[in-house]
Design a protein around this ligand. Structure first.
Ligand SMILES: Nc1ncnc2c1ncn2[C@@H]1O[C@H](COP(=O)(O)OP(=O)(O)OP(=O)(O)O)[C@@H](O)[C@H]1O
Length: 603
C-alpha cells in the first residue's frame, strides 16, 4: 500500500539568482554579521585613519600659518620668527602620522583578508549544508566565480569603505568646527558648503545607474568565468573538434558584455571625479573669499585665514576617499549580493534527527516518483524496490532507465516527489545526514581525486586510517600491486583531478576509499566499467568477500551481465519503472523476459 508523503518543498524553490534583492542595508548588515570577529581591528584601523588625516590637515595648516606669520613679520621690517619650534612640531607630527598610516594600512588589510577568509568559509559551509543537492542544480563555474572573484571584490568593502566613510564624515566636521571656533563661523560655513557638496552630493550622483551597471557587470563577469572554466576543462574536446575559434568568439562576446555593462558606472565615476576635483579647489577659494571681510575688520588674522584655507585644501585627500568609495562600493555590493545569495539560500533538504539502527541495514524505495529540478519528464515512476540487508542487489537496465537516479536517492541527493526512501527502516527525510553518510558509501562514476598522494586520496574517507588499513582497502580493490609499483608508492602525488592515473585505477581508488570508510551499505555505480575482465573478476571477488565478512549490503548498478548470477537480487528498470525483479536465475529462466533480453543484447 502506498503511504502518503508530504509534497516536495524544494521542487519549485527559487534558484539563488531569483531570490528577492536585499536592500543595501540588509547587505551591509549581513557582511558585518559574517565578519564580526574582525570588527575590533576594523575600528582601530578607522581610528588610525581619522587621527592620521587630522594630523595631516594640522601640519598643512601649521605650515601655512607659519609662512604667513613669517611673511608678515618680514614685511613689517621685523626679524623673522624662529623656524625651529614649527619644524620640531612638524617632525613629531610626521612621525606620528607615519605610525598611524602604518597602523591603518596594516590593520585594514588584515581585516580585509581575514574577512574574505570568513566569507569563503561561510560560503563553503552553506554549500556543504546543501550538498549533494546543490551539485545537481548549480554550475561549477558559477560557484567558482562566486567563491573566488566575487569574494575578492568584497575586499574593497572592508579595505576601502568603512574607514574612508567614517573619516569622510569626522575629519571635515572636526576641521569645520575648529575653523568656526578658532577663526570665524562665516569662514567655517563657506568651507562646510563646498565640503558637503564634495562629500555628500556629488558622490551620490549616478549611483543608481552605477549600482544597476555593477550588478550587470558582475553577472557578466561570472558568465565569462563560467565559459572560460568550461573551455579550459574541456580543452581537449574544444581543440580536438576544432571549436577553438567558436569558443574564442563567445569569450569575446562575453568580454564585450562585461565592458558594456561597466560603461555607465565608469562614465558616472569620471563625471563625479571631475566634479569633486573642482570642489576641492573651490573650497580654499571660498574660504578666502568668506574671510576677506573678517580679516579686513581685524576679527581674523591673515595667518589664521591662510591656515583655514590650507586645511580645507588638504581635506581633498579625505574627500577623494569618499568619491573613490562611491565608485567602488556598487561593485563590492553587487558581488556581496551574489555571495549572499548562495550563503543564505535555504537548505533544500533540511536535516532530520533520526539515527539509523546499528548493524546490517537495507534500503527500501517505496513508490518513488522523481523528476530532476527543471526537467520536464520524471526519471522514476512508482518505483518499489527492496535491497535487503547483507544482500547484493543489482540494478540493471538500458541507458537512461533511472538506475543512477535510484541509487543516488539512497544517499539523499534529493527527496522523491512522491513516495519515500528508507534506509534501515528510517525515512531519509527524517534521518540525520551525518549518520547517513557514515553508513552508506557511494562509488560513483565521477569520483573526484584530489591533488594529494594516493594514500591521502584513499584516506579521505577516514583521515585517521593507518597505512596498513589503506593498503588493506587497496588490496580488496585489486590495486595494491599497481600502487606499490608507482614511483613513490602510496606517497605518489596524483595530478589535478587524478590526471596521472588510468580510468581503471581511478575507479579502484574510489572503491578503496569507500571500503576504508567501512560502510554498512555500499552503492557501486558501474564500478568496474573501465576494467578488463580479469581485473573485473578480481575486484568483484574482493568486494564479495569484503561484504560477506562485514555483513554489508551492496547495491550495484551495472551494464555487465556476464556474472549477474552472483547477485542475490536483480531489479530491471526501463523508462524509470521496474519491469522485472527477483533472483537472477529465476529472471533468466524467462527467456523472453527483460533480463534475458538485456543479456542477449550483450552477446
Ligand atoms: N542532473 C539531471 N538533470 C536532469 N535530468 C537528469 C539528470 N541526471 C539524469 N537525468 C535524466 O534522468 C534519466 C535517468 O538517468 P540515470 O542517470 O538515472 O539513468 P541510468 O539508467 O543510470 O543511465 P546510464 O546507464 O546511462 O548511467 C535520464 O533520462 C536522464 O536524462
Amino acid at each position: 500500500m502506498s503511504t502518503p508523503t508530504p509534497p516536495r518543498p524544494n521542487a519549485t524553490a527559487p534558484a539563488p539568482g531569483d531570490a528577492a534583492r536585499p536592500s543595501r542595508r540588509a547587505l551591509v548588515g549581513w557582511l558585518l554579521m559574517v565578519t564580526r570577529p574582525v570588527l575590533p581591528p576594523l575600528l582601530t584601523s578607522t581610528v588610525c585613519r581619522v587621527a592620521g588625516q587630522l594630523l595631516g590637515v594640522a601640519m598643512f595648516a601649521l605650515a601655512a600659518h607659519a609662512v604667513v606669520e613669517a611673511a608678515q613679520a618680514l614685511a613689517a621690517g621685523g626679524p623673522a620668527p624662529s623656524v625651529w619650534p614649527v619644524l620640531s612640531a612638524m617632525v613629531v607630527m610626521s612621525l606620528a602620522k607615519a605610525a598611524l598610516r602604518y597602523g591603518e594600512q596594516f590593520l585594514g588589510h588584515t581585516v580585509a583578508f581575514s574577512s574574505l577568509e570568513l566569507l569563503r568559509a561561510e560560503l563553503f559551509r552553506a554549500l556543504a549544508r546543501r550538498t549533494p543537492r546543490v551539485l545537481t542544480t548549480a554550475h561549477s563555474g558559477d560557484l567558482l566565480a562566486r567563491s573566488t572573484k566575487d569574494v575578492d571584490r568584497i575586499e574593497v568593502f572592508f579595505a576601502h569603505t568603512f574607514a574612508p566613510a567614517v573619516s569622510a564624515l569626522l575629519v571635515p566636521l572636526t576641521v569645520v568646527v575648529t575653523i568656526g571656533i578658532g577663526a570665524t563661523w562665516p569662514v567655517a560655513g563657506a568651507a562646510a558648503l563646498t565640503l558637503v557638496a564634495a562629500i555628500a552630493v556629488v558622490p551620490v550622483l549616478g549611483q543608481r545607474l552605477a549600482a544597476a551597471g555593477s550588478r550587470r557587470a558582475v553577472a557578466a563577469r561570472a558568465a565569462l568565468t563560467q565559459h572560460v572554466t568550461d573551455s579550459v576543462q574541456g580543452l581537449a574536446e574544444v581543440v580536438g573538434y576544432g571549436r577553438a575559434a567558436e569558443r574564442l568568439e563567445r569569450t569575446r562576446a562575453l568580454d564585450d558584455a562585461v565592458v558594456a555593462a561597466s560603461r555607465p558606472a565608469t562614465a558616472a565615476g569620471a563625471l563625479r571625479r571631475g566634479g569633486v576635483q573642482l570642489l576641492v579647489l573651490a573650497g580654499p577659494i571660498a574660504v578666502v573669499a568668506a574671510g576677506a571681510g573678517p580679516v579686513a575688520a581685524g576679527v581674523v588674522s591673515p595667518a589664521a585665514l591662510a591656515a583655514a584655507a590650507a586645511a580645507v585644501l588638504r581635506l581633498g585627500e579625505t574627500v577623494r576617499g569618499a568619491e573613490e568609495l562611491a565608485g567602488s562600493l556598487p561593485t563590492a555590493l553587487a558581488a556581496a549580493e551574489r555571495v549572499r545569495q548562495v550563503a543564505t539560500a535555504p537548505v533544500e533538504l533540511p536535516d532530520g534527527a533520526a539515527v539509523l539502527p546499528p548493524g546490517a541495514i537495507g534500503i527500501a524505495w517505496e513508490d518513488v516518483d522523481y523528476t530532476y529540478p527543471g526537467a520536464s519528464r520524471p526519471s522514476l515512476r512508482g518505483v518499489r524496490v527492496r535491497a535487503a540487508a547483507e544482500q547484493w542487489t543489482c540494478l540493471v537496465g538500458v541507458s537512461g532507465s533511472g538506475k543512477t537516479t535510484l541509487a543516488r536517492l539512497a544517499l539523499r541527493f534529493d527527496d522523491p516527489d512522491r513516495g519515500r526512501v528508507r534506509v534501515g527502516g528510517v525515512d531519509l527525510r527524517e534521518a540525520a545526514a551525518d549518520g547517513l553518510r557514515g553508513r552508506v558509501a557511494l562509488v560513483s562514476q565521477e569520483a573526484h581525486l584530489f591533488r594529494m598522494s594516493v594514500a591521502d586520496n584513499v584516506r579521505l574517507a577516514r583521515p585517521g586510517a593507518t597505512r596498513e588499513q589503506v593498503e588493506a582497502a587497496c588490496r580488496v580493490a585489486a590495486l595494491h600491486e599497481e600502487v606499490a609499483a608507482m614511483p613513490a608508492g602510496y606517497d605518489t602525488l596524483l595530478g589535478e583531478r587524478g590526471a596521472s592515473v588510468s580510468g581503471g585505477q581511478r575507479q579502484r581508488l574510489a572503491l578503496a576509499r569507500a571500503l576504508l570508510a567501512e560502510p554498512d551499505v555500499l552503492v557501486l555505480d558501474e564500478f568496474t566499467s573501465h576494467l578488463d575482465p580479469a581485473v573485473d573478476a578480481r575486484v568483484r571477488d574482493g568486494v564479495h568477500d569484503w561484504a560477506a565478512r562485514r555483513g554489508a549490503t551492496v547495491v550495484e548498478i551495472t551494464h555487465r551481465l556476464h556474472r549477474i548470477e552472483q547477485a542475490d537480487h536483480v531489479v530491471v528498470l526501463d523508462g524509470g519503472r521496474v519491469v522485472q525483479s527477483g533472483a537472477p536465475r529465476e529472471l533468466l529462466a524467462d527467456a523472453d523476459g527483460p533480463l534475458a533480453r538485456l543479456r542477449a543484447r550483450q552477446g
